[in-house]
Design a protein around this ligand. Sequence first.
Ligand code: SAH
Length: 591
Amino acid sequence: MTPPAIVVLGAGALATARRIQALYSGSQVHALQGRVEADVAYAELRAHLCDLYARGTPVIALCAAGIVIRCVAPLLSNKGVEPPVLAVAEDGSAVVPLLGGLAGVNVMAREIAAALAVSPAITTSGELRFGTCVLNPPEGYALADIAQGKRFVSDLLAGESTRIEGEAPWLDDAQLPRAESARLAIRVTPRAWDGRDDELVIHPRSVVAAVSCAGARFAAHAELAPHPGSDAQTDAGACIAALVRGALDAHGLAVLSLAALLVSSERMADPAFAAAAANLNVPLRFAEPRPEDGEPPSNLLHAALRVPYQTLHDDADAGVALALSALAIDPETIGRARGRLTVIGLGPGHADLMVPAARAALNEATDILGYETYVKMAGPLRADQRVHGTDNREEMQRARHAFELAAAGRSVVMVSSGDPGVFAMAAAVLEALEEGGSTHADWRAVELAIVPGVSAAMATAAQAGAPLGHDFCMLSLSDNLKPWTIIEKRLRHAAEADLVMAFYNPISRARPWQLDKALDIVREYRAAATKVVLGRDIGRPGGTLRTITLGELRSSDVDMRTMVIVGSSTTRGFANGSNGGEWVYTPRWYE
Ligand code: SAH
């Protein structure tokens, strides 16, 4: 489940919010800017709630139910994903589930109410009567048809009884009106629902489909599902999915009974299988068959399945084999996943300036690597997420470590500050892959992605106005990885070319003289009145922004947490009436 957003309007709700936060790892407290400080700041409640709702993020709002209802009301007619939405009284005295009955809102209401020692305001009749939401089976089970489900529950509410066929352990404690001879039946089965309206069919995700490479080729040749206007990979994926659907169909099995698609580890980087799994809406898992496992594709089932199963379908020619287990199978236990390595940038510091894709990667991560300070900034993390903060300080070593973890099937996130591609880990990760990839085929199979972030120069520039509004360059003044002579040469060229310059790593205890030398060079080309912007800890607590001139600038004004932007000949400034400071900008034109 996506961790919920706990939304507060004022400081009075913060204590209750933190108690709720403790229940949901990875959850964050969102607070109204200017009123109260928490994990995420928002500017306007209505826009923020709509945004969360539209993204499918569960919402726990610590304010009047009416406010929440009015805010999201315009979105309700649009039937799509409906995340759980709850209103909780500021003081924790009332918990009201509002929306998301099928997404588990009542379960959340019970959890929160239990933690706050109050009774949840459950209003769902079926749930009240039976003590559980019959239409919301637990993880590993899927309802065959929601409309039929609703009819079925209203029949029960009208006084009918039901039989239960199959294994439904979560219904053991439910107060359902049961009778062996009942006309109605709750049927827990992998078999497809045949449309009878006297039964509620729930599918356990208990079938695994293994596809061999021959199967993929067969599907492509047979053109099982040509899709006009889509790309080749999506097409190939749709063909493989159609092959699997055909095999399930031949046995009367529902597609919703599928727990996972299984293929050989050799095909890990093949996008067609990923597209097939996405098409079937199941996880893609991988196995390495041993010689004693037999022929493909059923050897994949032998290698990957750790529960007793029955081979239902083994069509070596078509390249698809089906395994059926008696109970739902946790896909995490089948073979292994394709490992992932995502290199993200946190932005300058404040959570608001982290792109949502980076937050999503963090939520999905099993392992997080990076400098300890950055890993802390990336939090709050869940207790089940492993942090490799202090393992090693050397960047190449850390990059290799990330590949080793990802190659073992972990979901790894490497954190940088700002943008990961600007003087940060993305280049080190690619260097490690280029060097190590030839000897480590498993590193090449890792799903590698780089998520951009707001770099310190952008964050500083935005606060100052628009000093990067015309041509500019970014330079690191650190001579740790490049000779100082190169830095001098670049400074000269950039200064002469009249580019605005953003200096990263301007100074440190180990590099005390370099900044003065750099400024001497720049002063040969730029007037003393040239605008300089100094941003320190921008987007972090205690951040400061100063505008001075090149003539005034001293290296003692700068430390390693400072971004130095040196203007060009056209960079100018004027009073910013609202804060007594100055707006600095570089016009877009040039004479
Ligand atoms: N990848 C980072 C840069 C890493 S180099 C990015 O894109 O921002 C580290 C340098 O970035 C620091 O020495 C400092 O010059 C600058 N920097 C990083 N975060 C900053 C912040 N919040 N405020 C000001 N400067 C920052």
